[in-house]
Write a protein that binds this ligand. Structure first.
Ligand code: PLP
Length: 403
């Protein structure tokens, strides 16, 4: 009681009160609104698929990363349900304490087999896989060279590691080489970071040249195969397979949440690398193991990726069909270079991109505007799925023509 009374007596009452330390939040939001950078969630109803119900309206879904259409697949749903029945909903602890199950090991072996690596380690998300691997591999005395368009999880992994980070211009191996010549000898270890399929552009990293540079300058190379796993390469192993680099020593990170239709992330590589990460990756050691449902669903989809190449064939034939139609009928559209199922066309401003996104949605097409700070220039991002019908693609084209 006395303490309260004293503090009231000494609190300044008339002259300047202390400013509200949270007031800046509202101001900051207003600035975001003014730039047309404001984002909010949109509610999707029903099963994931090539068409979904968005805010009560049926739309064709060109906004999902579910490239093979597996997120709504019966076999994944059944695997997740069975695992939940058998093991419960939560993993209840970190993998090193009480959260490790046979299912996790089976999934890791399946990923290693898909990737043709010694071993793999499953994280609770792709974001955590990048944070954990990068923070474990380099520190204050080390150098990171990072593509300027890399995913947020690679950039924040670099920050977390405490290493000196230099960004090189997008896919510019000449500039990367110059940095290596000038800087490599000033540091202990060096780690090159890159997306393989760039998620908001759709183009590919120059993987063979990056591997050669890594060899030449004694650097580790970590590639993020988030949008490539299940999609690129004859067996769906990713860009490493696509570029014929299977078996070369590097660090492959990916997600279980895109083409694999579940949730979680992984690192694949040498047995030594994986053993080291189990002992040193903070975002693996100090977080709860992936749930039985997510683990079982991912295991089912890794098997489907290998057993049903026709899904990939269908996806790529959809990509070819859309590209052909765009080339024939909409050559004025500013398409960004793409070698993946991600196709983006550029717009003059965030406002123009938002308006285009709204117009598409009103016409039954779900393809979001991607704006700064996610990307340097505003765009509409279209991602294709194996389960899109030709009529879906034709409808997209008809709507784009009237944009
Ligand atoms: C989506 C994505 C991630 C993160 O994966 P999550 O499993 O969703 O956390 C990491 N890297 C890239 C390039 C991505 O696109």
């Amino acid at each position: 009681m006395t303490a309260v009374a004293t503090s009231q007596e000494t609190r300044p009452t008339t002259s300047s009160p202390m400013p509200n330390p949270y007031a800046w939040l509202q101001k900051s939001l207003e600035t975001i609104h003014q730039a047309d950078w404001y984002r909010s969630v949109k509610t999707i109803h029903g099963l994931s698929g090539a068409t979904v119900v968005l805010d009560g309206q049926k739309v064709i879904n060109f906004a999902s990363n579910d490239y093979l259409g597996l997120a709504g697949d019966k076999r994944l749903i059944e695997a997740a349900t069975a695992a939940t029945q058998e093991f419960g909903t939560g993993s209840t602890g970190s993998r090193l304490l009480s959260g490790h199950r046979e299912l996790h090991r089976e999934l890791e072996q399946a990923i290693a087999s898909l990737k043709q690596t010694d071993d793999a380690l499953v994280f609770s998300s792709g974001y955590l896989a990048n944070l954990g691997a990068i923070a474990a591999l380099v520190g204050k005395r080390d150098l990171i060279l990072s593509d300027q368009y890399n995913h947020s999880s690679l950039k924040n992994g670099a920050v977390l590691s405490g290493a000196t980070t230099i960004e090189y211009s997008h896919c510019d191996v000449t500039q990367l080489r110059t940095h290596l010549i000038e800087q490599r000898n000033n540091y202990r270890r060096c780690l090159i970071l890159t997306d393989t399929v760039f998620s908001m552009d759709g183009d590919l990293c120059p993987l063979p040249q990056l591997l050669d540079l890594a060899d030449e300058f004694s650097c580790m190379l970590l590639v993020d195969e988030a949008h490539a796993t299940g999609v690129m390469g004859e067996n769906g192993a990713g860009c490493v397979e696509y570029f014929g680099c299977t078996g070369r020593e590097l660090i492959q990170v990916g997600t279980l949440s895109k083409a694999l239709g579940s949730l979680g992330g992984y690192v694949a590589g040498s047995a030594t690398l994986i053993d080291f990460l189990r002992n040193r990756a903070p975002s693996w050691i100090y977080t709860t193991g992936l749930s039985p449902a997510d683990t079982a669903a991912a295991l089912a989809s890794v098997n489907i990726v290998q057993q049903e190449p026709q899904r990939r064939t269908q996806l790529w034939s959809n990509v070819d069909y859309l590209k052909k139609l765009l080339h024939q009928q909409l050559s004025n559209l500013k398409l960004l270079p793409s070698e993946s199922p991600i196709l983006c066309f550029q717009l003059a401003s965030a406002t123009a991109a938002l308006q285009a996104g709204e117009k598409l949605k009103a016409s039954g097409i779900f393809a979001p505007a991607i704006r700064p700070p996610t990307v340097p220039t505003s765009r509409i991002r279209i991602s294709l799925m194996a389960t899109h019908q030709t009529t879906h693609i034709e409808k997209l084209l008809a709507v784009l023509r009237n944009l």
